[in-house]
Each structure stands twice: as C-alpha cells, then as structure tokens.
Design a protein around this ligand. Structure first.
Ligand SMILES: [Zn+2]
Length: 309
C-alpha cells in the first residue's frame, strides 16, 4: 500500500467515490460553481462537515519529499483527497477544471458540466425536467450566456429567427433556451424589470423572475439578450396579453383599456398593478450594461403587434 493509501486507511477517511459524490452535491448546492480550493476555503470545511470528520482527520498532514529540490512538501490529507476527487470528476468530464472555467468566468472555479449536472440531479433524486427552472450553472450553458451577453449590439437588429424550429426540441435548442434564461435573469440582476421584485425560494434554488421574450417564441422571436426582459410572473403575463408595452426610450405605456376597467380589477390590496404605471411616465429597470438593453426593433414589434392600444 502506498504511503498516501496507508494514511487514508489509518485515518479512516471517506473513499474517493464518496468524496466525488459529495462534491457533485455541493457544486449543485452552490449553483454549479465553487472556487478553486485552497487551504481554509469554506467549501473544504463544508464537505468535511458533511462527512463529520473529526479534528485529527481534518488536520492530518501528508509529507512528500521532493528529492530534486531537496525539500518536504506538506499537504493536508483531507485537502488532497478532495482535490483528487475533483480531478477525477474532471477526467470523467463531470466538472470543468479551474484552468478551463477561468476562460469563461475570469475566476478560478470548478463548474459542473451538463453531464455533471445530470449526475448531481440523479444523486439528489431531482427529475431532469427541473433543469429548465434551476439557476444551476453548467459549463455548456455558461458558454452560451457569455456569448449572449458579450456579442456586440447590432445597429440593425432582426429579432426574428426564420430557421427556428418550434415543434422539434433538440438538445442544442434546449441548451440555448437555458442560456437565454440565465443570461436575461443575470443581466437584470434577478429582478422584474417592471416592479423590481427580487425573490427566490427558501431553499435558494429557484428564482421567481422569468425570462420573457419580447417577440415571443411563437412568432419566431430569437433567444437573444436584445429580445428579452426579466419579468415577475404577474408582469410577464400582463406584458404578453398586451396590458403594457414599451416606448423606444423604455418608458412603460399602459393600454387605454385601463379606463374602462372595473375599479376593483388589477388590485393587490392597495397596490394597483396596472394603473400605477398609467399616471406618470416610468421607465423599466434596465440591465447594467447598455449593450444588453432590449432592442428598439423588438419593442417596436411588441408595440405594433402585441400591445392592446
Ligand atoms: Zn413585476
């Protein structure tokens, strides 16, 4: 038995397979990303806590002699076990290594891949159909998000995708749809562009905000950042049915139908969710980067085709 193997056995450390599974679950809990581990990183303790490691298991040190440099390198045994587990997940293509993730996020992080995401869901008994709603990052989807957010804004944008296949859902279009959703809700900082509502589920897994298409899917609207808005479910509905639209300067316009609306309609106790925008000119809450603002060609189409004048 190797020196390291003997240490692992002496200290009754968890097996590598067990650590791999714990790491996948932890990645899932942290939305698909954890910082590259260094000593003292919270994540190192978090997983140690899950295995209820005792003090000596946490502090055991492995000494390796570097003959060439004639020095001894000391590594905590637990830290090394964790790193080996992560490395082996990377070999199985279940996570991306910090050296690859950095190209996407500019941070040295471990990130789930699509297969790693699937594996984590399986371990946690969460159906795969939830992928669409979970904010969990995956390497493949983040690549799309990066592209959507960083593509330079075109002068003359065409929000229609003539090639769009609406019936057949391919894996590629499913990834693209998740990339669109993620890019939109991130660009709008998880808030409704109308009311500013920002809320997630108590387990922090799900965000309430939805990624709405301005030119909808059914009218061949593209999955681009310039054809999207982050909206709470109430405002998403109201925008889709034509209660609201936007001007080119992003001011909200309310349908004139509001004047014949029974007075008890559209109220949430004292809050009047339609009339509140009809009296004064109010702008939507826009993304931080101007490049990510909705495009005038998308909102013009909405004004002319969806808005109930
Ligand atoms: Zn809202």
């Amino acid at each position: 038995m190797s020196y390291e193997g003997k240490m692992l056995a002496d200290y009754k450390m968890p097996t590598r397979k067990e650590v791999e599974q714990a790491l996948l679950k932890t990645l899932f809990k942290h939305n698909g990303v954890v910082k590259e581990f260094a000593k003292g990183e919270e994540i190192v303790d978090e997983i140690a806590n899950e295995f209820m490691l005792n003090e000596s298991q946490r502090t055991a040190v492995l000494e390796r002699i570097y003959h060439k440099e004639n020095r001894i390198v000391k590594t905590p045994l637990w830290h090394r076990l964790l790193f080996r587990a992560a490395d082996s997940l990377a070999k199985e293509k279940l996570v991306s290594k910090p050296t690859s993730t950095i190209q996407l996020t500019n941070k040295k992080e471990w990130m789930l891949t699509e297969s790693g995401f699937d594996a984590a869901l399986k371990l946690l008994n969460i159906p795969k159909t939830q992928k669409e709603f979970l904010p969990t990052k995956s390497f493949e989807v983040q690549k799309i998000v990066k592209k959507l957010i960083e593509t330079p804004r075109p002068q003359n944008y065409n929000p229609f995708d003539k090639e769009k296949k609406i019936v057949k859902v391919s894996l590629e279009s499913a990834l693209r749809a998740r990339g669109f959703r993620q890019a939109i809700i991130e660009a709008y900082d998880y808030r409704c562009a109308f009311c500013g509502l920002k809320i997630n589920s108590p387990d922090s897994l799900y965000w309430e905000v939805e990624a709405a298409h301005i030119v909808p899917h059914s009218s061949m609207g593209k999955d681009d950042i310039w054809n999207g808005l982050a909206l709470c479910s109430l405002h998403h509905w109201a925008f889709e049915v034509g209660w609201f639209t936007l001007h080119d300067n992003f001011n909200i316009q309310v349908s004139s139908k509001v004047n014949s609306l029974p007075s008890d309609f559209g109220r949430v106790k004292d809050y009047d969710f339609i009339r509140v925008y009809s009296s004064k000119s109010s702008k939507i809450i826009l993304p931080k980067r101007k490049e990510n603002y909705p495009h005038q060609n998308s909102i013009r189409w909405h004004r002319e085709n969806k808005f109930y004048h």
